[in-house]
Design a protein around this ligand. Structure first.
Ligand code: G3P
Length: 215
């Protein structure tokens, strides 16, 4: 499974990249709004750090506006993927962008029916938001299994990005189901690294080593 980092924070991206585990980045307007630089500047910097796909979201609702925005965003770097909201106009934009060979990631997916349409429209990625489904008493992970099954049944090429990830178990469950990608906030990446027995083990090894002559 590929791991993307879900952030627009340059420091977090650099650190995760140094760990050697990052295959791409997803951003959204909320994440960009947390940073102090202008959005385009941040996206440009992210693309200079990461060679894998970097998702940048449009903020217009009509198809023509989305296409215009997408074409501007696509100029930032070759690895920009255009994030499009899951609406009728969004699906129309995906089809047009696919024909123009601009990659798309359809976001805010909350049902298998929506995901089926995303694949039919020709999107490169779909982003089902599992944490937000969990928040509203629906099992987010069931959506991932359903989409995986539907896409496998028909050989759809659209890749599933498990999004709105809130904890390490979301990542592990996504991997068990066989999702293509999980996009993970930096705090959850840190949680994934940690295990109390690893820390205790390191401490014990260090203490024991102090008791013996080295040479
Ligand atoms: O990848 C989508 C993500 O940024 C949304 O996460 O935690 O706001 O539901 P969250």
């Amino acid at each position: 499974m590929k791991i993307f980092i879900d952030t627009a924070n340059i420091k977090e991206i650099r650190e995760a990249v140094e760990m050697g585990i990052i295959d791409g980045v997803t951003t959204n307007p909320t994440l960009l709004a947390k940073e102090s630089q202008p959005a385009i500047q941040i996206l440009r910097e992210i693309c200079s750090i990461v060679s894998g796909p970097v998702s940048a979201e449009v903020v217009t609702l009509d198809t023509e506006g989305m296409i215009k925005e997408a074409e501007e965003l696509a100029k930032i770097a070759k690895n920009i993927v255009i994030k499009i909201p899951l609406t009728k106009n969004g699906l129309k934009a995906v089809r047009i962008l696919a024909d123009r060979r601009i990659k798309t990631n359809v976001t805010l997916c909350f049902s298998p029916a929506q995901a089926l349409l995303v694949a039919k429209a020709g999107a490169d990625y779909v982003s089902p938001f599992i944490g937000r489904l969990d928040d509203s008493s629906h099992r987010g992970m069931d959506l991932i299994s359903d989409i995986k099954r539907i896409y496998q049944n028909y050989g759809f090429k659209t890749q599933i990005i498990v999004a709105s990830v809130r904890n390490p178990l979301h990542v592990v469950d996504a991997a068990k189901i066989g999702a293509d990608i999980a996009t993970v906030p930096f705090a959850v990446i840190e949680q994934l690294v940690k295990h109390p027995l690893t820390d205790i083990g390191i401490q014990r090894f260090f203490e024991d080593y102090k008791k013996i002559p080295v040479r």
